[in-house]
Design a protein around this ligand. Sequence first.
Ligand code: 5AD
Length: 351
Amino acid sequence: MKGICISEHFNRMERNEIAEFLKQPGRDYELFRLAGEVRRFWCGDEVHLRGIIEFSNHCCRNCFYCGLRRENTKLERFRMAPEEILHLSAEIAGLGIGTVVLQSGDDFAYDRSTLCSLIKNIKKRSDLAVTLSIGERPFDDYRAFRDAGADRYLLKHETASPELYTRLHPGQSLKSRLDTLRFLRNLGYQTGAGNIVGLPGQTIEDLCDDVLLLGELEPDMASVGPFIPQRSTPLAGEIPGSLETTLRVLALVRIVTRNAHMPANTAVASLDAASGLERALQAGANVIMPDFTPECFRGRYTIYDGKTHITPERANAAIAYEGRVTGKGRGDSLRRGFSLATTACDMETLR
Ligand code: 5AD
């Protein structure tokens, strides 16, 4: 008898199947078990650490949900000097972590040449993979950063609903976000997309679209996290996304993307400080991003309220608790050289 065929069947989950899993809590056991099998089969037991440095909380955008939005006058803004970022990158490399993620608001005070020389200096002084998470920039900037040595780019699509996207991101469009993602991929970046779960006005159908979109995009990385309100935004009074629904979406994205690197992200850990990381690892995640932003700035990187601080120790404890192993090396995309057309795997025969 033919066993479960992870690549042939589950990658092609239909919308109604996805919706059923999202609507029926009674099927969580089945869903998480399946996502766990897919994760194990395609990604193994390694959990990769990425050291994140949140180097600036300035932002020229005005996203309704984000505490860094430019109209938030309550926020004390900061920018880290390139030397300080270099110093922290060396600390990350010294701990044996293979990737540094440089994240900020959309802050053009760091111009093309400043960021290029920062990237070059990090690459000169370490073997770190460099991931950028610095928002939407002119396409020539992306080319220059790539030429300077940047390896990966995170640009979450946030929501697959074009209407909701436009409502929450004044002056921006989902189409341009997705065009940018494709451009980044064509430049040779390992690219990361992902969505927020529980945004005000979001429906189950919208979440199905997120899962289907991520299945189509086949990103190298995919991040799924809950909406958490921030007190100085227009969405301050809204209710946070449900952790249960977020974990279901994470599991579904694992199933349809198969070998995408997926973080147990900080928003998940912030909603459930005791076991959020562990639950995300169980639902299909295979990455954790410990935070190296210095304490004096950390409290000001308030994209949402109650943001927790993930240390390397906390990350390793979650990995050990789940019986997994901390990844070695850079933890590059598992998709490179990977061809959907030629891969057909039968779980039973490979067990
Ligand atoms: N709740 C959850 N996630 C948020 N982000 C920004 N603001 C919020 C919020 N209020 C996420 C976005 C962004 C990432 C850096 O943080 O998905 O891409």
